[in-house]
Design a protein around this ligand. Structure first.
Ligand code: C2E
Ligand code: MG
Ligand code: MG
Ligand code: MG
Length: 290
């Protein structure tokens, strides 16, 4: 990527790869450039929402996660992992976030099956904006869509700052029908106590645990525990980053509710139907793997 260069250094050891972080100046220069380019980018329609399907254990489509893309005319496609933090720091995320919600509401009108939902990622700075609740509800009302078709993905750390204010905001939005998911679950440091007091309906198991859980005992234990915990707390549990049929089968066997990953579909500029997986389920599921 533009931000992180990888160097192969013979001097420092054979066949070893070193990650070289560009200097502070270079890094902040890129961030400054992106920051100043974002405003124009929005007005020139360089931002686009991509949609990735989510399916149930029968492989049936339940909805999509909206993932932001920046198609830069010179730099090419820029990863949200690079530009979202820049937009957060500068405060531009507030404007961008409103655009994302408007796009998602508009997309919902084209998603005619009323059962299907769209999830958007909401960042910390957005949620902390004082009029976030009012602005959000106004936008939804203006768009004329049902709030219950929207899901907001937030992260654990967002529950741990301004705890009471955050809880109230989530509560107000949930009362109007918006569902909340905890994204990248398991990577933060939240305790179960936090889950007790906030209106969260969905847990999304982080991709890093799903990746190796079939071969790594610790990851397996974490995945198993998160699913059991979700069941006990009556939350819906989603596995992120499902790439293989083996992962899908084992996650189904562990009673994971929903699945998202390249196995079913990559994020795409249109609503693509998920890869059919019915036949996978007819195959025998292995006994306990580890
Ligand atoms: P996230 O919300 O956890 O999104 C899931 C990421 O995993 C997406 O990366 C998606 O493309 C990727 N992914 C999904 N399935 C697979 C798979 O099977 N294998 C692999 N290797 N990857 C998979 P993406 O789109 O690059 O987004 C990265 C992060 O950027 C997101 O993580 C989210 O934190 C943030 N982001 C993306 N769009 C938005 C947005 O509209 N607003 C905000 N605030 N953040 C966003
Ligand atoms: Mg997400
Ligand atoms: Mg996620
Ligand atoms: Mg993730």
């Amino acid at each position: 990527s533009a931000d992180l260069a990888m160097y192969h250094s013979k001097e420092q050891g054979r066949n070893q790869l070193y990650f070289f972080e560009p200097g502070m100046q270079q890094r902040s220069l890129l961030r400054q450039q992106l920051e100043s380019e974002m405003h124009l980018a929005l007005s020139q329609q360089q931002f686009k929402l991509f949609f990735q399907p989510k399916v149930n254990n029968k492989g049936k489509l339940t909805g999509y996660e909206a993932l932001l893309r920046w198609q830069h005319p010179e730099r090419g496609m820029i990863s949200p992992e690079l530009f979202i933090p820049v937009a957060e720091t500068s405060g531009f995320i507030t404007v961008l976030g409103q655009w994302i919600l408007a796009e998602a509401c508009n997309a919902l009108k084209h998603l005619t099956d009323p059962q299907l939902t769209i999830a958007i990622n909401v960042s910390k700075r957005q949620l902390q904006t004082p009029d976030f609740v009012e602005k959000t509800l106004l936008q939804i009302r203006t768009a004329g869509i049902k709030a219950s078709r929207l899901e907001f993905e937030i992260t654990e750390s967002m529950l741990m700052t301004d705890v009471e204010q955050t809880r109230q905001k989530l509560q107000q939005l949930h009362q109007q029908g918006i569902r909340f998911a905890l994204d990248d679950f398991g990577t933060g440091y939240s305790s179960l106590a936090f889950l007790k007091n906030v209106p969260i309906q969905v847990l999304k198991i982080d991709r890093s645990f799903v990746r190796d859980f079939l071969s790594d005992q610790t990851d397996y234990a974490i995945v198993d525990t998160i699913i059991s915990m979700a069941k006990t707390l009556k939350l819906t549990v989603v596995a992120e980053g499902v790439e293989t049929t083996e992962q899908f089968k084992m996650l189904s066997w562990l009673k994971c509710d929903l699945f998202q990953g390249f196995l079913f579909g990559k994020p795409a500029p249109e609503f693509c139907l998920p890869q059919p997986v019915e036949q996978l389920l007819t195959l025998p599921i292995a006994d306990h793997p580890i």
